[in-house]
Design a protein around this ligand. Sequence first.
Ligand code: GLU
Length: 418
Amino acid sequence: MATDEGRSALSIAQHRFEATAEALGLDESLRGILRAVKRELVVHFPVEMDDGGFRVFTGFRVQHSVARGPAKGGLRYHPAMTLDDARALAMHMTWKAAVVDLPFGGAKGGVICDPRALSASELERLTRRFTTEISIIVGPDRDIPAPDLGTNPQVMAWIMDTLSMHAGFSVPASVTGKPISIGGSEGRFTAPGRGLTIVTVEAMRDRGLDPMGATVAVQGFGKVGSVSADLLTRAGMKVVAVSDSAGGIYRGDGLDLAALRALKEEGGRLADYGAADQLSNDELLTLEVDVLVPAALEGQVTAANADGVRARVIAEGANAPLTLEADTMLEDRGVLILPDILVNAGGVVVSYFEWVQDLQAYFWATGEVNSRLKEVMVRSYQHVSARAAQRDVTLRSAAYEIAVEKVAEATRVRGIYP
Ligand code: GLU
């Protein structure tokens, strides 16, 4: 999706890569390899609608890199999805997997559609046909999809079932974020929010900021935002504002998150909640809070509203929620920015655990998943933080340097075929 500065998610991803390659002094031939998206598939496919007619949808699957292992990344169902978004987010996944040291490359895909405007059976037919179209490049040792915006465990179940029907046997490791009953992992659903909470608490303590009682505003109340709100509260913080696409709500003495989740589960909008003040998404971003968690779409904090942001810490729950200009403006003001490829990597970390469990057909208890997740997130944060201190750069630059270095090294040591 284009941002207000006219920079697409792809140009932001490319800019970040080029800046990192420059800082690392990467030679031009390696740069050329890493900046290119390895493989991209665009599919146009018909789906039978409930009224008996057929509609043609467009979908994508893009693999940026497989240098460190099979490609990994989500599938997004969104009306504004573009091929460039898939390219940008695939590259993003390569760095995310590398910074937390998973043996994966990066991929992303999705379908241009509004899942809320489709019936459950239309969504199932769309998913099964799309899966069939991309089945030529996905699989447990090639490319493993997962949930992203607009997709959920049920969609993953249909994908797993479709790929399994084609194979003639169950292939649970072909997709992650599945329901637990078919090989999903304990703790996968809460993993992005749990990882975000772990890194946020760790980073605040590290910088002498007390998480206890810190006020929080969360933009987005989906898979990442709602769980983050909950777990940040359990970590001692006070969530005073949350929002969904229709707008937000504010309550200075803290929101009743269980009531808000119940409202959302019934199909309601946060703005319908009576026991809080209403505010717009833009007002939420500029609230006087200690911690801001943009956990909705890309490009939400821009040059136009960054000056108004008053949080001291920003934990990027979404992928690329800050434009390049906003990022620089906030960094210059000394705001502590916890970069997306680190702070929201909990989802893909537990996706990795899910894939490992499926391949071994041996499943772990929730406590084991969560403690291994904590270990990976804390270790990765400390690694990034030490690098930032050593090189006197931001946490984002340090995270990118670590990630690009790893992928560059894998590419170099494998050599170029033939
Ligand atoms: N869609 C998630 C992300 O952006 C998860 C990807 C995965 O688990 O493969 O990180």
